[in-house]
Every structure is written in C-alpha cells, then in structure tokens.
Design a binder for this molecule. Sequence first.
Ligand SMILES: Cc1cc2nc3c(=O)[nH]c(=O)nc-3n(C[C@H](O)[C@H](O)[C@H](O)COP(=O)(O)OP(=O)(O)OC[C@H]3O[C@@H](n4cnc5c(N)ncnc54)[C@H](O)[C@@H]3O)c2cc1C
Length: 463
Amino acid sequence: MTSLWLDTAGLFITDPLIPESRYDAVVVGAGITGLSSALLLARSGMKVAVLEARTVGAGTTGHTTAKLSLLQGTVLSALRRQYPQKVVTAYVEANREGQAWLLRFLAERGVPFQQRDAYTYSVTDGGSERVAAELTVAKAAGLDVEEGVDTELPFATRRTIALRGQAQFNPMDVLGALAGDFRDHGGVLVQGARVRNVKTGAGAAVETDAGTIHADLVVLATGVPILDRGLYFAKLKASQSYAAALRLPASAPIPSGMYLSAETPGRSLRSYPAAAGELLVVGGNGHQVGREPSPRRRLDELLDWARFHFPGAEVTHSLVRRGLPGHQPDALHRQTPARRRKDLLRDRLQQVGDEQQHCRRPGPQRPDPGRKSALGAHHPPARHLAGRSRGGDHAERGCGQDPGGELGESRTGRPRKCPHRPGGRRGNGSQEGPQTGGGVHCRGRHVQAVRCLHPSRRARELE
Ligand SMILES: Cc1cc2nc3c(=O)[nH]c(=O)nc-3n(C[C@H](O)[C@H](O)[C@H](O)COP(=O)(O)OP(=O)(O)OC[C@H]3O[C@@H](n4cnc5c(N)ncnc54)[C@H](O)[C@@H]3O)c2cc1C
C-alpha cells in the first residue's frame, strides 16, 4: 500500500533538462509551493523551469492530509507564544490570500475539492487549555471561530472550536492542475533532476546531476534548505507521522468535518470521496525522526485507535511517511519470524534514513551556528546533514558502507574506516564532515546493530 494520494496520481509529463540552457527563473522542487510559484512566474511572462529531484508531489505535499484551512490545530497560539499578535495576524492574512487564490484556481480548472468545516478539539484538560488559547488568538487575528460546537466524532471531546467553510482536496489533483497550467504557459518541468548547488554571480548557475542551467532568479521550494549557507539545515526539527485511509461499514457515518486534536500525540481526521466510496483518513502519532524504537508500533497504535472508535473499519491505505510504503496490518499476524525480523530491520533503517520526513521550520531560538551543539550533537538529522558539504535532499545522504567495511576513499586517496568498526577511526561530530566521508547517522543508537547502507543498497535490501 502507498499514500492514498500517490495511489491515485497520474503520471506527470517530464521535459528534458538541456545543459547550459537559460531561464528567467528556475524553481527547485515540485511540491505545492514550487508549482504555485512557478505557475505565477510563468503567467507573468517569464521563461521558467522547475527542477524536481524525484517526481511531482513526492515530498511532503503527496503525503499531507490536504486540508486547506485557516484554522490549523493550535498553530496560531503556538506562533503567538513566539511573536507579537500583528505577526500572527499577518500569517492569517497571507494564508487567507493563498487559500482564496488556490480555491479560485481549482474552481476555474474544474479540480474537485470539498468545502468543509475545520475543527480543533481536545480530550484532556491540557488540550482544553490549548484550544482556549487558540480561540483567543484566532479571534484576535480576525477569524470567525466558533466555540462550544458539537462534533460528529464518536467520542466525547472536552472543548471544540470550529471555523466554517474551509476546504479539503486530493493534493495530487491540485499538483496535476498546477503542472498542467504551468506547462501551458511555456514552463519546463524536469523530474529526476536533483539540484546539488546554486552558484551566484551575474545570474545564477543551478548545478544538477544532469548538467548546469542558468537563471536570473532561483526559487528554492524544497521544503528543507538544500544549500549549506547559514547552516539553516542545522536549525530544522525533523519529525515523522503516520496516516491511513479506512473504509467504514455502510451503517457507520463518516465525520464530514476536518478535525485536528490539540493533544500530543495528535490525531487528524477527514473524509475523502474516493471513486469506490467515501473513506475516512486518519493521521497523527508523530514523533521526532530517530527517537522512536518502532515506527511500525506507532502506526499500529494509530490504526488501533481508529478501529476502536470506528468499529468495523477496514484499512485501505496506510503509510509510515515516505520510504516505508506502509503495510497491511492484518498481514502482520500471518508473518513468519524471519519476515518479522526483516520488518523490524526495515523499521530501523527507515527511522534513520528518512530525515526527509516533514521538517519543521526553525523556531525563534536560533542555534548559534558556531557552537558545536548547533550541529546537533543530539539532533540526528542535523548531525546527519553535517556529513555533507553541498546541497541535496538529506534523505539521500548515508554512510555508504557497513560498519565492518571501508568508507570509500578519503581525499588523500587512503581508504576510510567506518567509525563504528571496533578499532576503526572514531572522530567527533565535527570531524565527520566530507573529509571523513560522513557516516554520521549510522552512529545513531538504533542502527548500530545493523549495517549502514548507502540509500541505493538500502532500497535494494527493502525490496
Ligand atoms: C503530516 C503532514 C500533514 C500536513 N497536512 C497539511 C494540511 O492538511 N494542509 C496544509 O496546508 N499543510 C499541511 N502540511 C504542511 C505541508 O507540508 C505543506 O502545506 C506543503 O505540502 C509543503 O509543500 P512544499 O512544496 O513546500 O514542500 P514539498 O511538498 O516537500 O516539496 C518539496 C519538493 O522539493 C524536492 N526537492 C528536495 N530537494 C531537492 C533538490 N535538491 N533538487 C530538486 N528537488 C528537490 C522534493 O523532492 C519535493 O518534491 C502537512 C505536513 C505534514 C508533514
């Protein structure tokens, strides 16, 4: 099983990358941010190219719950704890503009979306306080949020607020429409082109594996910083979460609203009108990447929760976000011990290898790039990223060899030893730059018992 959205995605037309070609603008990343930006630039008359490392929607956009809402759980009160109200209000206004633009675009292009009410709810005292805070900040930001509303949820809630008239969609439908319109405006969309570096000077040179192209303007819409400038990659907090689509028995009503809980671990619910009938989409149970011994257990917890509250629900799609393509939970009980061991190994590899999971933007407490801690001595993704000198999707960055093997050649031509190997070289984090071949993430506590694989080898192992 795969992402519900990617399961329904059509193939996107890809254009060839012509080395040394010139554009007014190059947009890096074909998620919703990159394709919206590219379309607006192309519509303004610019000659635009989009470079996508994988395929359209392969990043976060193809794995979200795809709610287009100005009420976003407890985001506004979280922002308010860090910024003055006027910043929160500006955030809401920007979201309002973006939402209105996208809904207009979808309506014009005949892309299906559903208008739905958005809810933030709590089931604990702590959650209730957060919902109350969200209500206060949302109202101050000019949102017409209602309190004390009823829900269609099959369990009691403590406090619930609602914002009427929001929207939901299938994100791949939206990306398809954006990409189509972009190409209709003369845009060039290249998939499978990973940007490795951007050199600036008179114009910019965008370097990819397939060659370099040039532009006056470069938009980085990669979700995570791909260039090492300012050590921004070290300021990210990477987390991963889980999602599933469920078919309910005919007699069981599917909540029509879009729900987000105020508690941790979070719960997200929405419906999806699939061709074969309406589905319930549940998500949540997120955690920081590399801090959970068993991602599979997290997914199972989410599914157990869904089945408990929606008896008779049958899982049609499940997803440990990206990299591990979900599983049929029922099949777990039929697994052999060997298969189970392989799954556990896969979970562990997934855990350390999927730093490309959704990465949150930095909070206000910016680490001092000069301090060693800024390189994330206790921050697996940052430590992992520290092992490379140039841009690129950090999910692709790996140690490269097993702990008992070599780490390729150093710049001096001498073979490197994996730092895990008994008697092998053990540098500190700051030494694990490109000079030592990286190998940072394979020192994480969860992977020490298993081989450190290059992503390509890892992918083969997982097949
Ligand atoms: C679990 C979850 C649920 C969410 N739910 C919602 C929701 O309901 N509503 C909402 O509005 N937002 C939601 N979000 C936030 C969501 O992430 C954003 O709204 C949006 O999808 C981000 O899109 P993006 O285009 O910025 O990034 P992405 O979709 O991640 O696109 C970035 C693209 O850049 C590409 N790329 C990366 N590196 C390179 C490189 N070096 N060269 C070339 N290409 C590269 C990637 O392959 C990727 O395709 C959710 C996020 C998560 C994690």
